[in-house]
Design a binder for this molecule. Structure first.
Ligand code: DC
Length: 660
């Protein structure tokens, strides 16, 4: 996940491959709450790990549920048949609507002394219709801030269940879902009827709810979309084990990707034709726009069909979340696309109609909007504008606009606050980059070259983390090569040059965070020693060895970008890199830093010896015949003798920004 202020997407040219998507947010949080209300234990597989599910899990723990998380398998021991806590509890719900609504209903129907709060945006998202329905039932709920909005306080109800309970269906279907999941708590000795007032929106989400309730032993009787009856004697029963299917809304970005990008197609695993999620019908909308789709029970395969895509007019009430993706596909169409019946967009994580319109306009598109519709005109080649997409703390806005990077004008796209995708899809961008392709020349590389112990590694890896880029420590490759050569009984000089080069060409090296693994053996400490550096310097003068490592180094240039540190990154390996930094510091300074570093790790060290070694390595690295250490002609010099690491990082970022 990218915890960085923005992510720059280089122009993307194609996509192909297989993606496995995370579990559905809607299903995950429903399953968690239902498992919590059951008696006994439920093993939930493929649970989504996201902000919303973490909020729900934290709340369930506060209520006294057993919660055991083993990566994506979570075991819940329910509260059914057990006493709920009697003390006052305060729940923090973040901005997680899928946790806030059903939990409010369950807590209010059961009763206790509970306070539910969230972030500011949560306090701006209406909940009055749910509270009205719950009050009608006899629940005791007070508003602690503005009337109609969280935060809320819930107390002991005095239930009145004899007449049908009215709930508005035209603001958010989550209110009805919340009631359907909570009311079985009160249906032991009587049937309970819910009556929907107004046209029910987002019916497919209600179908998910009914489907899952059935899995948990609650057979709700549905009379049209107006009346729902929970039969007398209803009791939550654990299904024992349940699998969460992949999120169909998340699939929409990859369905769109298959429709937009050139390539052999995209295969999506985890969700398909048998899905219980309404958003799976996004597939039909994508087909209308031109996508070619094949599907099986839990997979989809999408390839580009009509190109440009076809502009459409579509009532999107049945696919409210996934429909946002259509608004970005519309930029690639042959005529305008009008999406109607999307009033619910206005009360989601942000006002999504306004957000999609504003950001499409920033890309250069002409967009019209109304209270419950949006009309997006396509963007012709030559009209795309370079812009920075604001994401409004809305995961879907961020994911949608990543698709704009496929524009024919090869305009890069900046996505602000990319970590907001964590709400439903923490690894969205990594998943996208694994299947998307770009012209290698368009994938940005920043080179940081300089002498031993100048702090290149720290600087480069910190800048990489700031930008969300990959990191190549080329020195480690020479160190590992020398290590492997010594292990093979070779001498580190010209006599064994061909053999060392052969080893280097097929080096089984892998980087795992800070660790360096050679044939899956951790060699980090061995190669990081002073002797390891000296050995690397020796093999690095051998031209055949340098040549043998070129392809491996080039292979690090992957989306979304690369920070490369070494001696010849800017001069030999990436001569066209848009930013090259040559880092220097006096030998005295470097010896002092290295000395501190070694002492802090518990090694003994002599500062004069260190300085002599550094100077010897500098001399060899700068005087060798091939790829000697020297600044590239277009490198910017950075003398960090007097700079803190933070200041050096900032300097490189400033240079990068100004390259724009
Ligand atoms: O950066 P480092 O100290 O880990 O590098 C170890 C040795 O490897 C260094 O003395 C010279 C050599 N090297 C090189 O020749 N070219 C590179 N791109 C990186 C390192």
């Amino acid at each position: 996940m990218y915890a960085i202020p923005f992510l720059d997407l280089p122009p993307l040219t194609g996509a192909s491959g297989t993606v496995t998507l995370p579990g559905s947010k809607s299903i995950s949080n429903r399953v968690l709450l239902l498992s919590a209300l059951c008696e006994g234990t439920t093993v939930v597989h493929d649970l989504l790990d996201s902000d919303d599910t973490r909020v729900m899990l934290a709340a369930l723990r506060q209520l006294g549920c057993g919660v055991d998380v083993q990566s994506s398998t979570v075991t819940i021991t329910g509260l059914g048949g057990r006493a709920w806590p009697t003390e006052a509890i305060e729940f923090f719900m973040g901005n997680a609507g899928t946790a806030m609504r059903p939990l409010t209903a369950a807590l209010a129907v059961h009763g206790g002394d509970f306070t539910l709060k969230g972030v500011q945006r949560m306090h701006e998202r209406p909940i009055g219709d749910l509270v009205d329905a719950l009050r009608e039932l006899g629940c005791a709920i007070d508003y602690l801030g503005n009337e109609g909005y969280p935060p809320l306080r819930v107390r002991q109800p005095s239930m009145k269940l004899d007449k049908p309970i009215p709930v508005r269906g035209d603001v958010s279907s989550q209110f009805l879902t919340a009631l359907l999941m909570a009311l079985p708590l009160a249906a032991l000795d009587r049937a309970i009827t819910i009556e929907v007032v107004g046209e029910l929106i987002s019916k497919p989400y209600i179908e998910i709810t009914l489907n899952l309730l059935a899995r948990y032993g609650i057979a709700v009787e549905r009379q049209g979309w107006e009346r729902f009856v929970i039969p007398a004697g209803s009791r939550y029963q654990s299904p024992g084990t349940i699998h969460v299917e992949a999120d169909a809304s998340s699939a929409s970005y990859f369905i769109a990707l298959g429709a937009i990008a050139q390539g052999a197609g995209i295969r999506i695993n985890g969700v398909g034709a048998d899905s219980i999620q309404g958003d799976i019908r996004f597939v039909e909308a994508a087909q209308l726009m031109g996508a070619q789709v094949k599907s099986g029970p839990n997979w989809l395969e999408i390839t580009r069909g009509a190109w440009p895509l076809k502009g459409i007019t579509l009532d999107c009430n049945h696919i409210p979340d996934a429909a946002m993706t259509l608004a970005v596909m519309a930029l690639y169409a042959n005529g305008p696309t009008t999406l109607t019946n999307i009033a619910s967009w206005r009360v989601k994580e942000t006002d999504r109609i306004a957000a999609m319109a504003t950001e499409c306009r920033k890309l250069g598109a002409n967009v019209e909007e109304g209270p419950d519709w949006i009309k997006v005109h396509p963007l012709a080649t030559g009209r795309w504008k370079k812009t920075s997409i604001h994401t409004y703390d809305d995961h879907r806005v961020a994911m949608c606009f990543s698709l704009a990077a496929f524009n024919a004008d090869a305009v890069p796209v900046r996505i602000e606050d990319p970590k907001c995708v964590a709400k439903t899809f923490p690894d969205y961008f990594e998943t996208l980059f694994a299947v998307a392709s770009a012209d290698t020349a368009q994938i940005p590389v920043i080179c940081i070259d300089g002498p031993t112990a100048s702090g290149k590694g720290t600087l480069a890896s910190r800048v990489a983390a700031q930008l969300g880029y990959h990191y190549l420590d080329s020195g480690a490759l020479y160190r590992v090569t020398a290590h492997a050569a010594l292990q093979a009984g070779l001498t580190l000089d010209a006599n064994d040059e061909a053999k060392i080069a052969q080893l280097a060409r097929t080096l089984p090296v892998r980087f795992d965070g800070e660790q360096v693994l050679l044939s899956n053996v951790d060699v980090t400490d061995a190669i990081r020693s002073e002797q390891g550096g000296m050995n690397a310097s020796k093999v690095s003068v051998l031209p055949a060895v340098r040549e043998a490592l070129v392809d491996l180094q080039l292979s690090f240039r992957r989306l979304p970008g690369l920070l490369a540190d070494g001696r010849d990154m800017g001069t030999v390996i990436f001569p066209k890199a848009p930013l090259k930094v040559f880092l220097t510091a006096s030998a005295a300074q470097r010896a002092e830093r290295r000395h501190k570093q070694l002492i802090s790790k518990g090694f003994s060290a002599n500062i004069e010896r260190l300085r002599a070694d550094l100077e010897a390595r500098d001399a060899r690295d700068t005087s060798r015949a091939v790829a000697p250490l020297k600044p590239a002609r277009d490198a910017l010099q950075l003398d960090n003798s007097q700079l803190s690491i933070e200041a050096s990082v900032q300097q490189v970022l400033d240079w990068w920004q100004s390259r724009g």
